[in-house]
Design a protein around this ligand. Structure first.
Ligand code: SF4
Length: 611
């Protein structure tokens, strides 16, 4: 096996043991890496019903065959686990030196099991694993933790850590690296906290082996040059994803005041051009020549890294129109290790609940000081409201009652990210059917949908969602490289088959890669169904009631909302095209065709599988 290291490292924190394990070439060929490896490991090694915050849950760090090679944006790492927020499959990716160093330490994935007795830092240095006491680091925020570890291990060490939110098991705590690059929205940071693992440090000394080293080097250099020639490149370097604020406002999909509206009166003051005025530098992931993290000085005079999602969720969605204050909220969220999308969603929910008198506290829309204090309460689970909101919006709405489930904006327990879908049925379908709950990453279909027409609920839209789920959620997550060179500046998909061939010697067409993507997608779905059993049904794939029942009251699409019958028809069309039954459960024949016989057999014991 070339391109892959062929090894996983299994770390048991309860026993203080780490053992390297070889895995077979067929695993690499059939699952590629990243999300593929994580889904396979979690499917095979977790029994149904494991408490996500117990020692029995496993935390996976997984890279792919392209991770770490010198080619555009290859410094990504998938972090995955059973999610404490949703109870289903959960993952996310982080752009981090840890991805590169893990591969250089000669591992494609690390499987963390058990629970440490005392706070711990795990240091993985090639074949050696050290379990070091982290007493002095516990209770530090993620920036402080990383700074301390960097002063010991140096700037080239790859560091993953949690802040106070992970320690306190906030259900949407993330894992953080490189001052605010965070991943694992569905509570991967809480899983790490439950294992009393404060940080992992990777230091590797091996060179990555490619099947065709010279070609790999030349191809990578050529691709880096190609990125620089793309017409959108220089504007991307100026604004990254921030120009999406203006775009979303123009197209009435910018979430505002807990997704009541798709436009925000102060959009201009938090948009890409406003950001440029206070920007001080760019930051990004390793191996990337289109770094997109916009560093600004926030209202507390600290550096904060802005992108579209965190600004929309901590800005327009909570009615805050001062960009420096938005940046300050983003900075504290990163310090605590809170997912900024879920946090902005939960805060919007709390503000609406306060406005409607469903909670005692006064949490005004756009109130900076109150919001900042509330974020601290959430991170520390202080007071009844902090405790309630730390559980996520689905649980908070159950606690608050008063019909708030209608406007608790989540799918399967994961808070919706930053696109309002009153007038975007395909994007609603993408949220509805994503592998981890309402996340945009797998199928960011909305820019296509705006051009294709907002009104229709047709087969073209279903096909587009599936196509994007294959490429974005499958191919990129399994190769474990960033999708943005492709989607944002237009580096053609053909490059990735060429990279894979040079790295591994395997010739895989886009069709072959799509089959792997389907295998992994069906396995993540099987994971959900195994957990939920007979409670599973098509209602699990339906977005929140607000988008169907509360029409927009502002902007060009005033009076519009989603049509429930048409959405349900589109969902059934999606299931048929996926080879699933009317409940959204893969048919036996679909699973078998993808080589997932074990999934067919295990699911057959939980629910009646259609042929
Ligand atoms: S484009 Fe942005 S997210 Fe992607 S690798 Fe580069 S810095 Fe990271």
């Amino acid at each position: 096996m070339v391109g892959w290291t062929g090894k996983f490292l299994r770390v048991n924190l309860s026993k203080g043991k780490a053992v390297a394990e070889a895995y077979g070439a067929s695993v690499a060929r059939d699952f590629l890496g990243g999300r593929g490896f994580a889904a396979k490991i979690l499917w095979e090694e977790l029994g149904r019903g494991v408490d996500p915050l117990s020692p029995e849950n496993k935390l996976i760090f997984a890279a792919g065959p392209l991770t770490g090679f010198s080619l555009p944006s290859s410094g990504k790492l998938v972090v995955a686990s059973k999610s404490p927020l949703t109870g289903g499959y959960g993952d996310g990716n982080i752009g981090t030196i840890a991805a590169v160093q893990m591969r250089k330490a000669d591992y494609d994935a690390v499987i963390i099991e058990g629970r440490a007795k005392k706070p711990l830092v795990l240091v993985i240095r090639d074949e050696n694993a050290e379990f070091l006491e982290a007493k002095d680091l516990w209770e530090l925020n993620s920036f402080e933790t990383e700074e301390r570890l960097t002063s010991i291990y140096g700037r080239t060490a790859g560091i993953l850590c949690i802040g106070q939110a992970g320690e306190n098991l906030v259900k949407y705590a993330t894992i953080v690296s490189q001052e605010g690059r965070a991943g694992g929205r569905p509570g991967m940071g809480a899983v790490m906290g439950s294992k009393v693992l404060k940080a992992v440090v990777f230091i590797g000394s091996h060179d990555l082996q490619a099947a065709y080293p010279k070609e790999m080097q030349e191809l990578g250099a050529e691709a880096y040059r190609e990125v620089l020639t793309k017409p959108n490149y220089s504007f991307w370097k100026r604004q990254g994803t921030m120009s999406t604020i203006e775009w979303s406002q123009e197209n009435a999909v910018l979430p505002s005041c807990n997704y009541r509206e798709g436009v925000f009166g102060k959009a201009q003051t938090i948009g890409g051009f406003a950001m440029e005025k206070i920007k001080v530098s760019n930051r990004g992931c390793p191996q990337c020549n289109m770094t997109c993290g916009n560093i600004v000085k926030d209202s507390d005079r600290k550096e904060s890294e802005l992108d579209y999602e965190n600004v929309a969720m901590l800005g327009s969605n909570i009615g805050l129109g001062d960009l420096k204050q938005v940046a300050a909220l983003n900075r504290v969220a990163d310090e605590y290790g809170l997912d900024t999308i879920s946090l902005g969603n939960v805060l919007g929910f709390a503000m609406e609940a306060s406005e409607k008198g469903l909670i005692d506290q006064n949490i005004p829309w756009g109130g900076f000081k109150t919001t900042k204090a509330l974020i601290k309460d959430i991170a520390y689970r202080s007071g009844p409201l902090g405790e309630t909101l730390a559980e996520g919006v689905r649980s908070a709405s159950e606690a608050v009652g008063g019909g708030s489930d209608r406007w608790a904006m989540h799918v399967k327990g994961l808070e919706v990210s930053a696109y309002d879908c009153h007038t975007a049925p395909a994007m609603a379908l993408a949220y509805g059917t994503s592998s981890i709950g309402a996340h945009h990453k797998d199928a960011w279909v909305i820019s296509w949908e705006v051009k294709a027409g907002r009104e229709s609920y047709n087969a073209r839209k279903v096909d587009k969602v599936i196509e994007l789920q294959r490429i974005r959620g499958g191919v990129f997550e399994c190769l474990t490289v960033c999708r943005l060179p492709w989607i944002e500046v237009g580096l053609e998909l053909e490059w990735y088959s060429r990279f894979l061939y040079a790295a591994t010697g395997l010739e895989m067409s886009l069709d072959n890669l799509n089959t792997i993507a389907d295998r992994v997608f069906n396995l993540t779905r099987a994971f959900w169904v195994r957990e939920y059993g007979k409670k599973w049904g098509s209602h699990m794939d339906v977005p929140p009631a607000r988008w169907f029942e509360d029409p927009l009251t502002k902007g060009a699409f005033e009076g519009r909302s989603l049509d429930r019958d048409k959405y349900n028809n589109m969902l059934q069309m999606y299931y048929r095209k996926r080879g699933w039954d009317e409940r959204g459960i893969p048919r036996k024949s679909t699973l078998k065709k993808l080589g997932l016989e074990d999934a067919a057999s295990q699911l057959g014991g939980r629910v009646k599988l259609a042929e």
